[in-house]
Design a protein around this ligand. Structure first.
Ligand code: 4AD
Ligand code: MG
Length: 451
């Protein structure tokens, strides 16, 4: 007997195989029993005829309930009517566990709160299975793209003594004290001393540490969970999400955007090729995805503001773009768009200024089409020691904990740039989902930390 998986039954046509998984649905019509089977790799129908089974096996089938775990054996047959293209002529069944009665997730429409409360079970639904597989492909394509282009994976810390993206969205905690009951290590600022040690913060982005990494490795990327205590209750915000930061030495603003463009094109191309079935399950219109080709249109922040005003917005010259502004802009184009050179004053301290206009940052956001909005934020970094120190002071940041970071500008400073993407935003866009909460296995939102 060949023990195999649904994803590879095409190589077993005419043979009897064994599959291990779950029964996600069933129906019976007297002498025929239809068992809807899934094993993680795919789904297939197993058709049992009473005459082919022992009395005992037939009785066992009648006791099945939704989501029972089963090992089935059967003959693989081609079947053009079934979505998988195959069907199993059932020969045997071994019930591993009969599921309790009342599996909560059924065919009827459930509200989002009910589904999120049952997230541990909802993950088994075919749509959620498809989303997680697309997510995995996007992660794989990202690693492949970077490894093929000379970037090294570099793991940045999650527990940090400072903030990367501003101090208003930090998750804070108490960290250990040293032997004298004081803060740990050098460079811990007074402001975070506590009576029992010091405060620590969950990372918002690995970028600053990645900048240290590239001075050793040249090009590097990190990929991991980041945390933002944002009080935003929108379809784009999570409090814990996965960010990929990339950084490269001797790369300037222009080339930084070319890397982002090539990465996104690669991701979308791979998903279209390798996740066609998943996109079908999700009823994703692939037409807009097939238009994700170079070159991505570019607007300066000033041009974006002008365009928004043309479209009726009253946005100010120096305003950052809000989610609604991004949605409006992306609907004007059929592919992702770069918005570059924002007013430096609304952006982070580490961004290098445009030599042609020091009021502007050498930065960009990348907005996904179809109203999805920002998926990437990036910039060239300030590489001059004096200027960077001045920016830290201008942003009212305590220079002490950034000492190691400015040190990078004292020993062999080079022009360098990087960017970070939000994995869930990309998955949401590629899958065509309304809300990012479905893109991560266990979403953390301001009003949800369970299951
Ligand atoms: O634009 P952000 O804040 O950029 C940075 O953190 C830089 N340090 C990255 C870098 O240059 N290496 O965040 C990057 C991306 C955003 O474009 C967005 O896709 C995603 O992270 N993001 C979120 N995704 C889900 N929930 C949130 N609360 C998010 N905040 C940002
Ligand atoms: Mg941003």
């Amino acid at each position: 007997m060949n023990s195999t998986t649904v994803s590879s039954i095409s190589t077993h046509v005419g043979q009897e195989v064994e599959l291990k998984g779950w029964c996600y649905n069933f129906r019976s019509s007297g002498k025929i029993f239809f068992l809807q089977f899934r094993d993680g790799s795919g789904r297939v129908q197993v058709v049992y005829s009473k005459g082919d089974l022992s009395e005992e096996q037939w009785e066992a089938l009648q006791s099945l309930r939704l989501e029972s775990s089963v090992i089935v054996t059967g003959l693989v047959k081609e079947d053009s009517r079934s979505p998988s293209g195959f069907e199993l002529e059932g020969r045997g069944v071994n019930i591993v566990q009969i599921a309790d009665e009342g599996y909560p997730i059924g065919k009827k429409e459930h509200g989002p709160d009910f589904l999120l409360d049952n997230r541990h079970l909802w993950l088994r639904s075919e749509s959620q299975w498809a989303v997680q597989r697309v997510r995995d492909q996007i992660i794989t394509s990202t690693y492949n793209y970077f490894h093929e282009n000379g970037f090294v994976k570099f793991d940045t810390p999650i527990l940090t003594p400072t903030s990367c993206e501003g101090t208003t969205e930090l998750f804070e905690m108490d960290y250990f004290a040293d032997e004298q009951g004081g803060p740990m290590g050098k460079g811990v600022p007074e402001s975070v001393h506590t009576s029992t040690g010091q405060k620590a913060y969950l990372a918002q982005s690995g970028q600053l540490y990645l900048e240290a990494g590239i001075m050793s490795l040249g090009k590097a990327f990190d990929f991991g969970p980041v945390f933002r205590a944002e009080k935003s209750k929108t379809r784009r915000h999570l409090t814990e999400f996965w960010m990929m930061d990339a950084e490269a030495a001797y790369v300037e603003h222009e080339e930084n955007m070319q890397i982002q463009e090539a990465l996104i094109i690669r991701i979308v191309k791979d998903v279209l090729e390798k996740c066609a079935y998943e996109l079908k399950v999700l009823e994703r219109d692939t037409e807009p995805l097939s238009k994700v080709q170079a070159p991505f249109p570019r607007l300066t922040h000033a041009q974006a503001i002008a365009k928004l005003r043309e479209l009726g917005s009253d946005i100010g010259d120096k305003d950052d773009l809000g989610a609604d502004d991004e949605t409006i802009l992306t609907k004007e184009f059929d592919r992702p768009i770069f918005i570059e050179k924002y007013p430096a004053e609304v952006k982070a301290f580490y961004m290098k200024r445009d030599p042609n206009n020091p009021e502007l940052a050498l930065n960009n956001d990348l907005l996904a089409p179809e109203g999805y909005g920002e998926i990437i934020g990036g910039s060239q970094r300030e590489d001059n020691y004096e200027t960077l120190m001045q920016r830290i002071r201008e942003h009212n940041l305590d220079p002490e904990p950034f000492q190691w970071y400015v040190d990078l500008r004292r020993y062999g400073s080079v022009p360098h740039s990087g960017f970070g993407y939000g994995l869930e935003r990309i998955v949401g866009w590629v899958c065509g989902l309304h809300h990012v909460r479905e893109t991560i296995p266990f979403p953390r939102l301001i009003n949800r930390i369970t299951p």
